[in-house]
Write a protein that binds this ligand. Structure first.
Ligand code: 13P
Length: 340
């Protein structure tokens, strides 16, 4: 475990006014995204689309790191360099999704546990060779009438902690992601309760497995109303409840928290981050690690046509710039209209 490298990587990932681009959609998720724009989900198209995002001019001003998928870290940019080397040369830290996906949790109907610990030590060594300096593991927690169960929280916390320990051993910064899904009719109060329980279980497991929180980053879901809940909480309420839960559960020794967008609208994801980053005296850097909320407009503009590349890059640049502002608490709705 090279603690100097881990510190340096975490600091680079949490640079002021910057956040992460999650471009680690699995093949099945990429299939759904491409289907939404009527584009065939071939390896060549996935490469072309990721190349479009990564080669956007000046994106390193707002994007400090990119989470890659196994296929992508083995692909090359248009200039022939492997994507990891290409990003690194632009001052963007390459990272890698290493979990094997969320699978049904035995005897717990409707719940998932993330798999992928077997052989992970060897895979991490391989990814380090390929240039990855941080990793991501996503656990999924569903809110329902009697969900989540203690079994679901415990199984996922255990896996996150085992993963994080293996990452640190390999001098790779772990992004620890216990995502509480926003699907369902639950209230924001219920989301707050479940998020707190999930984070408590996660940090207890991290302590048991000797994970050093100084060299880890939390990827958190925000505390929001369930998508189908009649009362949708406003921006300030989301920000207050989310930060309250984080303060109760996340050690101040941890350098940063980045948020996922989870199906929020692009603007809501930006506004929520902005409201939280504006709060005084937070012990950690707060920023973004969005997939959909950064990529949606770019994907819709691209439509698989090479002729739309520039316009799609402009759309991506815009959302990255807006979220960069939000991570400093400097975003306003008017900023959306100002040209770069
Ligand atoms: P979304 O921002 O689309 O939720 O994706 C982030 C992510 O990486 C989920 O694991």
């Amino acid at each position: 475990m090279d603690t100097a490298l881990l510190s340096q990587t975490a600091a680079a990932m949490l640079g002021a006014g910057k956040g992460l681009l999650a471009a680690d959609e699995s093949s099945a998720t990429a299939e759904r995204r491409f289907a939404s724009i009527g584009v065939e989900c071939t390896e060549a198209n996935r490469r072309a689309y990721r190349n479009l995002l990564f080669s956007t001019a000046e994106i390193e001003r707002f994007i400090s790191g990119v989470i890659l998928f196994d296929e992508t870290i083995r692909q090359r940019a248009d200039d022939g360099r492997p994507f990891a080397d290409y990003l690194n040369a632009r001052g963007i830290v390459p990272g890698i999704k290493v979990d094997g996906g969320a699978k049904d949790l035995a005897l717990c109907r409707g719940e998932k546990v993330t798999e992928g610990l077997d052989g992970l030590r060897e895979r991490l060594a391989g990814y380090f060779e390929l240039g990855a300096r941080f990793a991501k593991w996503r656990a999924v927690i569903t809110i329902g009438d009697d969900l989540p169960t203690g079994a679901c929280l415990a199984a996922n916390a255990h896996a996150l902690a085992r993963y994080a320990a293996l990452c640190q051993e390999a001098s790779i910064v772990p992004i620890i992601e216990p995502e509480v899904l926003l699907d369902g009719g639950h209230t924001i109060e219920r989301c707050e309760e479940v998020t707190e329980a999930a984070l408590r279980a996660t940090y207890e497991a991290l302590a048991v497995f000797k994970v050093r929180v100084e060299y880890a980053i939390l990827k958190a879901s925000m505390v929001v109303s369930g998508k189908a809940c009649a009362r949708q909480a406003g921006v300030d309420e989301v920000a207050e409840r989310t930060v309250r839960v984080l303060k109760r559960t996340v050690p101040a020794a941890q350098p940063g928290v980045v948020f996922l967008s989870g199906g929020q609208s692009d603007l809501a994801a930006t506004a929520h981050l902005n409201a939280m980053a504006s709060m005084p005296a937070l012990p950690w850097v707060l920023s973004f690690s969005y997939s959909r909320a950064l990529q949606n407009p770019a994907l819709a503009t691209w439509k698989g046509q090479a002729g739309n590349t520039r316009a799609a890059q402009d759309a991506f640049h815009h959302r990255a710039r807006m979220n960069g502002l939000a991570s400093r608490g400097k975003w306003t709705p008017e900023a959306e209209k100002r040209p770069a």
